[in-house]
Structure formats: C-alpha cells, structure tokens
Design a binder for this molecule. Structure first.
Ligand code: GRF
Length: 190
C-alpha cells in the first residue's frame, strides 16, 4: 500500500490541524494511506500542540523569535521539512509571511478564510464580514512568494443571510474543516 506523508504547520488554535488529524491521519483513500509525519509550530503556547498530543502526535517548535530575519527562520523550516521527506506541506493557520527561501523550495498549500483574490492578509474574516459582499468563503491555494497569491486549488462560498460576525466566523471555520482535508485527499490520493 502506498503511503503519502504530510507536514502540517500551524501557529495557534489548531482546529484545522485537528480536522486533518481526525479525517486523514493513518486513513486510506483510494488505496493510499495519508500519514502526518511532521508537525511544526512557531509558538510554544499554541493550543494546537495540546490538540495534537491527544492523538499521540508531537510537535516540533521552531520559534520565529529565535531568528534575526525571516530568511533564517525559513531556512530552518526547510531543513526540517526536507529531512522528513514529505509529499506535501500544509499550512493550516500558520501565521508567518514566508520568503522565497521557503516558497521556492517546498511544495506547500495554504488555507485562507476568504474568496481569494479578495481579502488577502491576516484580517480576512473581519474584512470580508465588514464588506458589502453578499457572500463569504474559503480558499485553498498553492503557496508562492507573494502573500495569499498562489494558484487557487479549491474554493467554497456561502450566502451572507443575516449572519452576525460570530456566525460568519463560525461558518468559515466549518467550511475550512471540510475543504482542507478534501483538498489534501484530492492532491495525494488520485
Ligand atoms: C483559519 O481561519 C485559517 O484560514 C487562518 O487562520 C485560522 C486558523 O485557525 N489562516 P485554526 O488555528 O486552524 O483553528
């Protein structure tokens, strides 16, 4: 049986990480097993670390604060990822701007809580809610050296209805927890 290995990078809450663990880790799709073989977090206090431990998965902490520039941080990320020999890197709430040191050397996808190319950046949920758009959504895209701008792989939208901000955010997260695992399966288990 074929096994495809993934690395997941995250920064804080880790609900998407947990969705990936629950839905994909050590599970088989079309005869291919997906295995999370590396978890990296840049924040030692992230709740995602606790979530992963519940499933017997340990997280490697690489704190961006230990580096003087983004390139040096990225270099260590790339070394760690290369040594794990994974098939795909998944950024699931990894809140760091990555340089070409990372983007040119790693095959990675990113989850973003808006309909790209609208609302790039760290405040996408709030900005999309505050806009007058009648739909919101989620995108998964390839990572490129321009922030939130790589080729889009998957997107889902939803109608605004009369959602308040909390309900808007909840809807986005519910979609994220489905679209990211689905996209990983699509990419690795054809
Ligand atoms: C998600 O909304 C993701 O799109 C964004 O950061 C959030 C991470 O949430 N990039 P969680 O840590 O997976 O709960």
């Amino acid at each position: 049986m074929k096994t495809k290995k993934i690395a997941v990078l995250f920064s804080s809450n880790g609900s998407n990480l947990e969705a990936i663990i629950k839905k994909l880790h050590n599970k088989r799709f079309n005869g291919t097993k997906i295995k999370i073989s590396l978890l990296i977090c840049n924040n030692k206090n992230a709740f995602g670390i606790v979530r992963a431990r519940k499933y017997g998965l340990e997280t490697t902490i690489i704190s961006h604060e230990d580096f003087t520039c983004r390139q040096e941080f990225d270099k260590v990320l790339v070394e760690k990822i290369k040594s794990a020999n994974v098939d795909l890197v998944v950024l699931a709430g990894f809140m760091r701007i990555l340089t070409p040191v990372f983007c040119d050397n790693v095959r990675a996808i990113n989850l973003h809580p808006s309909i790209l190319p609208l609302f790039k950046g760290a405040n996408a949920i709030k900005e999309s809610f505050q806009s007058d758009m009648q739909i919101g959504g989620v995108s998964v895209h390839w990572v490129s050296s321009e922030l939130d701008s790589g080729k889009i792989i998957a997107q889902r939208s939803f109608k605004r209805k009369n959602r308040d901000f909390k309900a808007w955010e909840k809807k986005i997260h519910a979609i994220e927890h489905k679209i990211l695992p689905k996209t990983i399966i699509k990419l690795l288990c054809k």
